[in-house]
Design a protein around this ligand. Structure first.
Ligand code: ADP
Ligand code: MG
Length: 442
């Protein structure tokens, strides 16, 4: 479908090609039945040669297309050998992970800058990619727009395919899932639909918030069953959403609670150092050198969305390629003027976090902030430090000051300690998962 939709436009495709069927194929001549004279003329006059080129591409050999009109009362379903158009059936679902996976090749772990704002989500994604279907099922990633959900979930897909090239990885937006579902119902092809989605080893469902928004309970229910079938057979489900499970507009409370059962990881706005690092990496991969002060300036101006940050950078790169003379800051300011800079994230405070962690880990906040160094207090302290760094803008020095005047290397050590444990110890991952969820009020 994407191929046809791209070349013919979605409306033409929906009205004239959806109901079309291959009636006959003799050698290189394919006869396609279309629903009306109008459809036939439309396709021939407005899009000459287009069906030929699409079908040739899909079938990987040159074909000639003849269009026949099949009267509605002859019912296309009853026409002899009603093969659906191959591209309508196969392409969008991409069952064959070996050929043409729809993953964006740039969205890999290598290209993902890890920082405090995404450390936990990254660790969870990596754990899932290394052992899909094992322990963190589902992985639910949420954030505001443009902070790396799609990137991270596709990175999982890439890594799974790299480690297990024969596995079935399906990446699908919730919107496409619903559209496939609706077509499958209309075309009586639910069996095939279910076979495709329920035979995935790893399914990556993006922008789940659309699942109910577009269609309502039926597609939500279908998704729920797909979800259950896969998780019950230890297949990995990864979900991205623009809000926490608790705030999803879905009707099915069982689905909601299932979504919360695995790991819930959020991505937050990167701090200024991270934004600079992302810009540096991106400029490098574009092969454009921009002075550090320019990158710093951009990173200070655009704070809420990495996609916007990248957009601004691309615009700058384009300018530099047209006019290589050095950019002044006022010029940069003008070039990126229309990129927004607003951020409205609620921030937790250090005392709030310390108190919550102390309550949950059953120790006293005074001990956490004090000098004691027994194991019972060192670990909760390190966890609290980790969360302070992840959930607030405070620097290591600032956190150290709050935690009883510790210097920033001690704080860094605590932070790294938890980071290491996250990578190798499942209990730590769950602990941090639950604490973060609690702190965010999910
Ligand atoms: P979302 O799905 O949350 O809206 P995307 O995954 O589409 O966001 O990310 C938006 C853009 O920002 C993408 O081009 C992505 O590669 C880039 N991006 C996001 N996070 C990072 C990161 N940590 N490191 C590098 N690039 C990132
Ligand atoms: Mg996305």
């Amino acid at each position: 479908m994407p191929l046809f939709a791209e070349r013919l436009g979605a409306p033409t495709c929906e009205s004239f090609l959806r109901p079309a069927r291959v009636l006959n194929r003799e050698g290189s001549v394919v006869t396609i039945g279309v629903p009306s004279e109008f459809a036939r003329n439309w396709l021939l006059e407005r899009h000459p040669g287009c069906l030929e080129s699409c079908l040739s591409e899909v079938l990987r050999e040159p074909v000639r297309v003849e269009l026949a009109i099949v009267e509605p009362d002859e019912s296309l379903q009853n026409a002899p050998a009603p093969h659906p158009l191959p591209a309508l059936e196969e392409a969008p679902l991409n069952r064959d992970s070996g050929t043409g996976t729809p993953l964006n090749p740039k969205y890999t772990f290598e290209n993902f800058v890890v920082a405090d704002c995404n450390h936990f989500a990254h660790a969870a994604a990596l754990a899932v990619a290394r052992a899909p279907g094992r322990n963190y099922n589902p992985l639910f990633i949420h954030s505001k727009v443009g902070l790396g959900k799609t990137h991270l979930m596709q990175a999982i897909g890439h890594m799974v395919l790299q480690l297990h090239p024969r596995s079935q990885v399906i990446y699908v937006s919730a919107e496409d899932f619903v559209n496939h579902f609706i077509s499958a119902m209309r075309d009586n092809s639910m069996v095939k639909f279910r076979e495709v989605f329920r035979s995935a080893d790893v399914i990556l469902v993006d922008d789940i918030q659309f699942i109910a928004a577009i269609e309502g309970p039926a597609s939500e229910e279908e998704f729920f069953h797909t979800f259950n079938t896969l998780t019950q057979t230890n297949k990995q489900v990864v979900i991205a959403s623009d809000c926490a499970p608790r705030h999803l507009q879905i009707m099915n409370d069982r689905l909601r609670s299932r979504l919360e059962m695995g790991i819930v990881a959020d991505l937050r706005c990167p701090d200024v150092e991270t934004r600079i690092a992302i810009l540096e990496k991106k400029a490098q991969s574009e092969g454009t050198e921009l002075p550090r002060e320019v990158l710093e300036f951009v990173a200070q101006k655009i704070i809420s969305n990495i996609r916007v940050l990248e957009g601004a950078l691309m615009k700058l790169c384009a300018h530099v390629s047209l006019d290589p003379s050095p950019l002044s800051i006022p010029q940069v300011e003008e070039i990126i003027a229309d990129y927004s800079t607003a951020s409205t994230e609620r921030r937790l405070s250090l005392p709030e976090i310390a108190q919550y962690v102390a309550d949950q880990m059953r120790c006293e906040v005074e001990d956490m902030l004090g000098a004691k160094r027994s194991q019972e207090i060192v670990w909760p302290r390190q966890v609290a430090i980790y969360l302070c760094r992840e959930l607030t803008d405070a620097s290591y020095a600032k956190i150290g000051e709050y935690f009883g005047g510790r210097d920033h290397t001690t704080v860094l050590h605590g932070y790294n300690k938890v980071g290491e444990m996250l990578a190798k110890d499942e209990k730590t991952l769950w602990l941090i998962n639950d604490l973060k969820a609690g702190l965010r009020g999910d």
